[in-house]
Design a protein around this ligand. Structure first.
Ligand code: XBP
Length: 254
């Protein structure tokens, strides 16, 4: 078997966390800090071009002329606000507000059963990645991820390839032995620049983005009784995404 590991993006790929998770938590943090800021669904879509919650806050403050409540060092204010936001995010996840995307649990389970290693490459903070994995997959399944690369572990966030390069280094594997699962153009660029083959599952925020470099673009991973829709690429007569299809993609691209 060529495939040795699957490397998953988190937000938008494992669960639809952006619109109903991170965005809502940011707004709750603004409210509790008595800031008159509100990120509606559309605005948040534009802000998603900036990867990383802290970086997104800084971009908003500097580019949207948002007034700060009092004079204080920008970076420490952002770190504080991000900590508050992360607490709200954890609460939202604990309330089961955000389901896993179709096919995720099945794919992770079969990878584990078939000896395919599991890794994470995310722009979100490590704390927020771990809370999502623990609450939505459960602690046992979360522990199957032997490598978790996230947030500030690298200097340059996606679309830079750094987080994928770190994941490959920790796995001690070459890109040709792994497949990444992403949901955005930024994630695809990061994965592609790290030398990986990539499967995309689009969502409402990313469905119109450019996925030219992807091997396969789907609406979701599908299930045996709920087939995926192929947006781009060859699904080799498969109707839901599994280890066999991952292997086929690698075999045809290496
Ligand atoms: C998604 C992100 C993150 C989240 C917010 O990362 O860009 O910044 O929106 O998370 P990915 P934090 O798709 O790579 O998982 O507030 O923890 O940064």
């Amino acid at each position: 078997m060529i495939l040795k590991a699957l490397i998953f993006d988190v937000d938008g790929t494992i669960a639809e966390t952006e619109r109903d998770g991170h965005r809502v938590a940011f707004n709750l943090a603004f409210e509790s800090a008595r800031l008159p800021w509100q990120w509606d669904i559309e605005t948040y879509g534009k802000l998603l071009e900036i990867g990383g919650g802290k970086e997104r806050l800084k971009h908003y403050i500097t580019h949207y002329k948002a007034d700060l409540p009092q004079k204080q060092p920008l970076d420490s204010f952002i770190r504080h606000l991000h900590r508050v936001k992360s607490r709200y995010y954890a609460k939202l996840l604990a309330s089961d507000a955000i389901p896993l995307r179709i096919g995720i649990k099945r794919l992770i389970t079969s990878a584990h059963q078939e000896g395919v290693r599991l890794a994470i490459a995310s722009t979100a903070s490590e704390e927020n990645v771990r809370v999502l994995l623990d609450t939505s997959l459960g602690q046992e399944m979360a522990s199957w991820f032997e490598v978790i690369c996230a947030g500030d572990m690298v200097k340059n966030k996606k679309p830079a390839p750094d987080i994928y390069l770190l994941a490959l280094e920790k796995l001690n594997l070459s890109p040709s032995e792994c497949l990444s699962i992403e949901d955005t153009n930024q994630g695809l660029r990061a994965s592609y620049e790290a030398g990986l083959n990539t499967v995309i599952t689009v969502n409402d925020y990313s469905k119109n983005q450019d996925f030219y470099r992807a091997n396969l673009v789907l609406n979701h991973l599908g299930e045996p009784d709920l087939f995926f829709k192929v947006i781009k690429g060859n699904s080799y007569n498969k109707f839901y995404f599994d280890i066999e299809l991952s292997e086929k993609i690698l075999a045809m691209s290496n």
